[in-house]
Write a protein that binds this ligand. Sequence first.
Ligand SMILES: C[S@@+](CC[C@H](N)C(=O)[O-])C[C@H]1O[C@@H](n2cnc3c(N)ncnc32)[C@H](O)[C@@H]1O
Length: 386
Amino acid sequence: MTLPPRQAAPDVVEYFAACTLGLEGVLANELEGLGVDGIESGRGGVRFEGDRTAGYRVALWSRTAVRLQETIGQATIDREDDLYDWVASFGWDDLMRVDQTLAVDASIRDSVFRHSKYAALRVKDAIVDQFRERARRRPSVDTKRPDLQLKLHLQRDQATLYRDLVGGSLHKRGYRPIQVKSPLNESIAAGLVLLSEWDRRSPLCDPMCGSATIAIEAAWIAADRAPGLKQRFAFERWPDFDAKAWRGLIEDAFKRMSMDSVPRIDVADRHPGAIAIAKESIKLAGLRDRIRVHHTALADFHLEAPPAVVLCNPPWGERLDPEDLEASWRDLGDFLRRECPLSIAWILSGNPAIGHALRLKADRKIPVHNGPIECRVLRYEIGERR
Ligand SMILES: C[S@@+](CC[C@H](N)C(=O)[O-])C[C@H]1O[C@@H](n2cnc3c(N)ncnc32)[C@H](O)[C@@H]1O
């Protein structure tokens, strides 16, 4: 049995925004702030609904979502042929032009299909066959940068077909000059800032800044700078793209942006290469002169005044020798006690065995994944200077 196909232009669109494991609550808060309806958190993402512009708004404004998909149909699939028949029942020229490209990805679990690639192939066949019958031409497949990226999710007999609004990952904000070895993903950095409940007005510091991702995300939050302002999205190439609504959102985002609202932000790193990348990234993010960059080791880093909040992710040890690693964490603890009395420090740690070197007691430990690594965001209240 199959459910009815998608209406040509539904009034209420269902969406799924994916995020890093552990940041679902932060993402749900962001979505609430963006005024969408039907918010429902799950593992690794949040469902919500709204009209077409709700998806555009989230793509433009969400700092912690990494992917954003729109549900284009749901059905019950009992036999393999049900999938082809169901997909063939959509009017595909509402969703793409014949001269555009498509890609289909599938994930299956306990279904009539044994192989996800085969399920994806049947979806693609149903679409191109429909175009061939109607127009004697068919769209091509492009797995790298398709105009229409579809995702089939088939669990037991329940199928959901999504289209991807972004066409890549939302975390690519466009301020990285080069792909550095293992920088902190922008959406996790933003998640860390949002988790910290920083008030966006008080001084902030990242004393082990690497490429300065945390400071840049914090500054953009303070400036109310939309993270997707310079990104190009897949939905801009869709036949049902509402260019007027999108222009309105962009104009509004430019009006809201105020770099003058960025408070004092200090960052430091001992590594000259990291400092060079941090400076370039800060420039590309439109934040030159808004973030003070110090090339110094923690032991020699002195601040004019204690920051309200310290955010950082120290090295975890994959590439460092254990003694150097321990010394870095010890220096961080000393720096916090010496330069940051009465501050709140939020530290992203991927190595539970090293936290003791800070010689501080965390009052909160929040699990957050960074790629495959299970990390903890540790919160410390730094006492009076001793
Ligand atoms: C995991 S990386 C930080 C990545 C960063 N969040 C980003 O966005 O790219 C840790 C950084 O700590 C710096 N570091 C390690 N020990 C340090 C010390 N004692 N003083 C200053 N910086 C240090 C390293 O040079 C490295 O850039």
